[in-house]
Design a protein around this ligand. Structure first.
Ligand code: ACO
Length: 392
């Protein structure tokens, strides 16, 4: 088969067959293993959803209890990983710290027994268990404090918020945070998942797979957008400034952060749920001024750019929710990674089941048969420009 049409960003080109999640971008539907995201957000926990994504069906009570127990048991970090983290510059971005830590796990646990179900299970459990601890530990260390040890009596979401703030979270905040993780757990073949799959296809260890996905998620056009949304709302500053700001973005052809999606051409269903969660939080803990700016901006963008299918994506309201929980802005993307590890692991497992190394082709646009110039005869670009000036 020859397929010669080139599409930048591989838009619309299937890169794999997958039974993990489904998106209908025209109708705003997202399903994990066929189950609607709204139902999972309402009735399941993040770990239950992770099990569904990774193992293909919702766990029984016993299966879930065992899964949760294993994850609780593996939450701690080896002291050498903590020592390594102490050497990280406190000004470094937490996503870079997380990528380094995820890769470092491979130093401790690399056996690459990819055909052994126990190895696969241990990798799944370790990564789900330790990534939140790493994110919270870096946050404490960069403030000059010792990391807070995980607490076995707290569930997954509550324990993360506890390790971050050294304070048991309010139950509503913990439940909402858990729902946020569920909403961010998986989303078909996005950039970071594709990156995970390409890395997985070489049969390297799962820690390298997750480290490469974390690096990809960090970019501002992907997971990094939720940070930029808050920066943008701060820059707008007031409801009166929404229209002038939008106008200036449109004139400059600048992207409005938290809007637009390669697949969704209507409002992202996760944005709708996150907006509801934000309102629940504001009702209990007080309204955020930036939320009023956000809803005004959403309305204005819909009027001006709705015809192009530009609506809020998952990142638009998530930042406001995290901000209300006291999570620092530069931890928004690491929090996204804590959730997306579930999806990356599901795709890693699926990739291993029917692996073929990714090796796409290219359309070559360079020169052919270029004569080789020895170094002493080469001219710098500057010399060449001067020569062109002199010779007219
Ligand atoms: N603001 C203004 N215009 C936009 C936006 C936006 N956020 N997004 C897309 N458009 C416009 C483009 O200017 C373009 O218009 P044109 O056809 O007149 O030139 C059209 O919509 C198509 O845009 P593309 O950039 O080609 O769409 P693509 O599918 O490549 O990009 C992306 C999707 C990267 C998400 C883009 O919408 C964007 O940059 N959004 C802002 C960043 C963001 O919020 N990222 C998070 C995405 S969700 C996630 O990764 C978890």
């Amino acid at each position: 088969m020859t397929f010669c049409e080139y599409r930048p960003g591989l838009e619309g080109i299937p890169a794999t067959q997958s039974s993990i999640s489904f998106v209908d971008g025209q109708r705003g539907i997202l399903e994990y293993r066929g189950i609607n995201i709204e139902e999972l957000a309402q009735h399941s926990t993040f770990l239950e959803t992770s099990y569904l994504l990774i193992y293909g069906s919702l766990p029984s009570q016993e299966e879930l209890a065992e899964f949760e127990h294993e994850i609780r048991f593996h939450r701690r970090l080896k002291y050498r990983i903590r020592d390594m983290m102490k050497c990280f510059p406190e000004s470094g971005h937490p996503m870079d710290a997380l990528q380094a830590c995820a890769a470092a796990l491979g130093l401790f646990y690399s056996r690459r027994a990819l055909d052994n179900p126990d190895y696969i299970r241990a990798a799944v459990v370790r990564l789900l268990a330790k990534i939140p601890t790493m994110v919270a530990a870096f946050q404490m260390m960069r403030k000059g404090n010792d990391p807070i040890q995980p607490r076995d009596d707290l569930d997954y979401a509550a324990n993360f918020l506890y390790m971050l703030n050294e304070q048991e979270p309010d139950p509503l905040a913990a439940r909402i945070f858990d729902i946020c993780l569920t909403l961010h757990a998986e989303h078909t073949i996005n950039a970071s998942t594709f990156s995970a799959m390409v890395t997985a296809s070489t049969l390297t260890d799962p820690y390298a797979v997750i480290a490469s996905a974390v690096g990809t998620l960090a970019g501002p056009l992907h997971g990094g957008a939720n940070e930029e949304v808050i920066e943008m709302l701060e820059e707008i500053g007031s409801i009166e400034n929404v229209e002038p700001y939008l106008e200036s973005c449109i004139q400059r052809k600048a992207k409005i952060m938290g809007f637009g999606h390669r697949v969704y051409k209507v409002k992202d269903p996760r944005a709708t749920i996150l907006q509801e969660l934000a309102e629940q939080l504001f009702e209990k803990f007080g309204r955020d001024h930036y939320y009023d700016i956000a809803i005004t901006l959403e309305k204005a963008v819909e009027e001006r750019l709705g015809h192009k299918g530009i609506y809020p994506n998952v990142d638009f309201y998530s930042g406001l929710v995290y901000r209300k929980m006291g999570i620092p802005t530069d931890l928004f993307t690491p929090v996204f990674a804590i959730a997306r590890v579930a999806g990356w692991l599901a795709h890693w497992k699926e990739q291993l089941n029917e692996n073929r190394i990714f090796r796409p082709t290219q359309i070559y646009t360079g020169m052919r048969g270029t004569p080789y110039v020895p170094i002493e005869k080469r001219q710098s670009e500057q010399d060449q420009q001067l020569l062109n000036l002199v010779t007219g």
